[in-house]
Every structure is written in structure tokens, then in C-alpha cells.
Design a protein around this ligand. Structure first.
Ligand SMILES: [Zn+2]
Length: 428
């Protein structure tokens, strides 16, 4: 396996690059199954919705279905699984190539012809770095086409302007329309941001992004959805996989309906990953920026086809420091906290980044927001992103982000800017 993906654990999103699995010994824990029986054990490995547990009293190993354990245990196993995956990336199935953010080698070559410049050339896309930051992004109600409804094969295919949804149950056009609207609006958001996300600029008809939808969490996990996650982006196949429950689609009688209060606000995070330049997942940006950007989009208020970007500082501050009143989700890291040394944070390996996912995603969102909207202008972030697109090395790209400052000076600037907004960051 070798995908870039990002998943949502409960309400929080964590991302990983898969992944050679190394089992590190973790402290033991009491696991309880759904029938209430408890054992003292530690995890040996997790794969395909099965967990191998080693019992403390007799040192024997047992393989169990993850579903047979309590919800708390399932969440714990999901966390364990995530933090025990090491960063690996590959351009083909046979060979795995380990890359880490510590290396300064850009990732462009991994993606060959899918890279920034090739896409720009193929679809005649121009950079949009000089555009204004948008106040709002919206999409019209999409037209839905039914491409296939094959009950025998349990395959149902629906299309909106830029997306193709492949589902294992039949959905009404009206239901598809509701969640397709969120996908289309997120694409508009990614296109409107002046950070040259070329994949969001592919003209209509040029490409439909594939989304695999699963009726149940079980079928989602069976088909490779990471345990404990509510959605995932896999870069190798350029697909998002998601169970219907994460889209706010719930069973209703013999069919399905869209629940407006459903948990669909996690989805824009994955959609943003799918539209992010592959070069932006390079050493120096992978982690703080890629996750920060996905959080930036996902934390912005969305209502029936519209993202309200102009006022999103409040949404983002609330969702990072506490729980957003609007979305009832958040990272809750507080309004006053100590952060790691900034250079360390920006160059840490991706596995370390996700190991402390909740905090790091929150801090990543604040720092990304700083560069996008709190600096006097976007000269530094633009130069940084251009350097990534050109395939420059990590330290050369970061040099552009610093814009002549040292890392400690940049720490001061970030802390000062956020302090004026009511968040006190103390860098180590
Ligand atoms: Zn992510």
C-alpha cells in the first residue's frame, strides 16, 4: 500500500501518508468487547479491520475483528494504526520509496506527468497568485446525471459538473444533488484562492474527480478505509472514499435522505487535499501547510452552496482554540499555548506531525491563516508556493517563506499577529 491520504477520526481530521507498518510497542491497555468482556493486552498490528492483540498474562497473540470491540477501543486502535504508519510514498505498485519531510528532495518527480507544469500546459491554466483573496465562493445547484444503476452489481454512478460519485446503493437525484453541491462549492473555493491550485482550475469537462461512496462503515473499512476514519483521500488513485454517514446521508425507510445537520463539514478537508498541487506536499510544506490549508477550507462556514470566506477568521479561531458554535466541532487547543520551535514544526516528518495530530492540525491552520490573510501582503507565501511548484529544495523554498527573516523573527511575527486576534502562541 502506498497512498497519500487523510482521514477523519471522529470529528477531527488526521492525515497520513501510507505506509510501511512498523509495530512499535505501546503501553498495554484494557480492551473491552461489545459483550462487555475485558482483557489486558497491547496491539501488535492492525490490518483490514482486524487487530492482533497480545495478552499480557500469557503473551499469546489473538486476532480479532475491530468491530467486535467497544467504540472507545475502536477509536484507540484507529489512533494507534495512524501513528504507527511511517511515511512512505511511491510512484508505482512494485516499489516503495520512503520519503520524509527531513529530506530536502522535492516530490515533483514522483508524480511524473501529473505535475504542476504538465497540468498547466495541458489545460492552458494561468497562475492566479496576483488575484485578490476572495470574500465568498459559491457553486450553483449542480445538475445530476444518472450514469448507471445496476442493482445486480450494486453499482450506482452519478455525475455532477466536476465529480463522479460511485456508490454501492441507489440514491435519489435529490440526495446526490445536496452533497454534490458541497463538492462543487469546495472546488470553487479552491479555485478562487489565489494560490494557483491547478487541479481546481481544470476546465469543466476536462476531468471528473472520482468519489467512492459506501452505504455502511463496514463496507468502507472493508474496501480500505482506514479504521476509525470518516473519509480518506488516496493520492495514488486520486480518489476520495467516504461512507454515506459522513456526507450527512442517512437511511430513511427503504431509501436515503440528506440530513442538513449531518456531519458533512469534514468533507471539504478531503476535497481540498484532492485539489491541492502535488508539489505542495513537498518537504517543508507537507504537514503544516497541506493540513493547515485543508483545515482552513473545512473550518470556513459553509451554507447551501456558499463558503463565507471574508469572515472566516472567527470560524477558524473558534474551531482551533475551542469548539466552533457554528459547526459544533473543534480542536480545542486553547487560546494560550506553547508551540514547538517553528523550524522544527515546519520540517518535522509527516509521521511525527500526525502523531500529535489534533494540536498540529490546529497550529497548522493558524500558521497557514497567518500567511494567507494576516501578513501585509502574500509576497512570502506566494514565493514559497512558486518555489515548491518549481521543485526547489526544502530549505530554498523555506527561505522564500522567511522573506529575509530568521525563524525566530518569523515566530515573533506570527505570535504578534495572532495575539492581536486573541490567541497567544509561545514558540519554544
Ligand atoms: Zn488531511
Amino acid at each position: 500500500m502506498s497512498y497519500l491520504f487523510c482521514n477523519h477520526l471522529r470529528n477531527f481530521s488526521f492525515a497520513c501518508l501510507i505506509i510501511a507498518i512498523t509495530s512499535t510497542s505501546l503501553s498495554a491497555r484494557i480492551f473491552t468487547n461489545t459483550k462487555g468482556k475485558s482483557i489486558d493486552a497491547k496491539i501488535v498490528s492492525v490490518e483490514n479491520n482486524k487487530v492482533v492483540l497480545k495478552l499480557l498474562k500469557n503473551k499469546k497473540e489473538y486476532t480479532l475483528d475491530v468491530d467486535s470491540l467497544s467504540e472507545k477501543d475502536q477509536a484507540y486502535i484507529g489512533e494507534w494504526d495512524k501513528s504507527n504508519k511511517t511515511v512512505a510514498e511511491s510512484n508505482n505498485d512494485e516499489e516503495q520509496e520512503t520519503t520524509s519531510n527531513d529530506s530536502d528532495t522535492p516530490r515533483r518527480s514522483v508524480y511524473g506527468e501529473l505535475a504542476y507544469s504538465a497540468l498547466k500546459k495541458k489545460y492552458e491554466i494561468k497562475d492566479n497568485f496576483d488575484k485578490e483573496w476572495p470574500n465568498m465562493a459559491s457553486a450553483e445547484t449542480p445538475d445530476i446525471t444518472i450514469v448507471l444503476e445496476d442493482g445486480a452489481k450494486k453499482k450506482y454512478v452519478y455525475q455532477s459538473n466536476n465529480y463522479e460519485f460511485i456508490c454501492d446503493v441507489k440514491l435519489s437525484k435529490n440526495v446526490v444533488n445536496k452533497f454534490a453541491h458541497l463538492f462543487e462549492a469546495t472546488k470553487e473555493f479552491c479555485q478562487a484562492m489565489p494560490i494557483s491550485m491547478v487541479k481546481a482550475h481544470i476546465p469543466k469537462g476536462g476531468k471528473r474527480y472520482k468519489i467512492l461512496l459506501f452505504e455502511s462503515q463496514q463496507s468502507y473499512f472493508k474496501n480500505g478505509g482506514p479504521i476509525g476514519s470518516a473519509g480518506v483521500y488516496m493520492s495514488r488513485d486520486d480518489i476520495i472514499m467516504v461512507p454515506l454517514t459522513s456526507l450527512g446521508v442517512i437511511k430513511h425507510g427503504s431509501g436515503y435522505r440528506y440530513d442538513y445537520k449531518g456531519a458533512n463539514n469534514t468533507l471539504p478537508h478531503e476535497i481540498t487535499h484532492q485539489l491541492t498541487n502535488l508539489e505542495y506536499f513537498s518537504p517543508g510544506s507537507m504537514g503544516w501547510f497541506t493540513e493547515g490549508l485543508a483545515e482552513y477550507v473545512a473550518m470556513t462556514d459553509y451554507r447551501s452552496g456558499k463558503f463565507m470566506i471574508r469572515s472566516n477568521i472567527r470560524d477558524i479561531k473558534d474551531a482551533v482554540t475551542g469548539f466552533s458554535k457554528k459547526t459544533n466541532r473543534g480542536r480545542n487547543i486553547g487560546e494560550e499555548f506553547t508551540a514547538p520551535d517553528l523550524k522544527e514544526f515546519m520540517t518535522m516528518s509527516y509521521s511525527n506531525f500526525t502523531a500529535n495530530g489534533n494540536f498540529n492540525y490546529g497550529l497548522g491552520a493558524l500558521i497557514t491563516f497567518y500567511f494567507l490573510q494576516l501578513e501585509d501582503d502574500r509576497t512570502n507565501i506566494n514565493a514559497f508556493l512558486k518555489a515548491l511548484n518549481e521543485g526547489e529544495k526544502r530549505d530554498d523554498s523555506l527561505e522564500k517563506l522567511l522573506g529575509g527573516r530568521t525563524f525566530s523573527e518569523l515566530e515573533e511575527d506570527i505570535a504578534k499577529a495572532w495575539k492581536s486576534k486573541g490567541v497567544e502562541i509561545t514558540f519554544k
